[in-house]
Write a protein of this length. Structure first.
Length: 99
């Protein structure tokens, strides 16, 4: 992995955890912690474009309150909408969480 790519990932992760809107910090930060290193360059581009949007707009798209604009209706958005990345399947009470 190139130095430029590592710097990009660190910058994105920092941005995810320091949004200023706690719900988005948790959603995006946890997503970044779990998946960022495995995303393709195209997926990172989509993710960066999403991060450039106002928190309340992106949050409403993720939770389904507002329809996601076509430009942001990507594989990344679909993964964020599932929110299943925040569930630890090894947790003792994981079997109580609806799939």
């Amino acid at each position: 992995m190139s130095d430029a790519h590592l710097i990009r990932l660190k910058r994105l992760k920092f941005h995810c955890w320091h949004r200023g809107f706690r719900e988005m910090d948790l959603i995006l930060g946890n997503f970044a912690d779990r998946f960022l290193p495995d995303l393709s360059d195209a997926e990172l581009d989509d993710f960066e474009a999403l991060l450039a949007q106002p928190d309340h707009d992106a949050y409403n798209w993720i939770i389904g309150k507002d329809e996601t604009p076509e430009a942001f209706d990507t594989a990344i958005m679909n993964r964020l909408k599932k929110l299943d990345f925040m569930i630890d399947p090894s947790a003792p009470d994981a079997h109580h969480i609806k799939s």
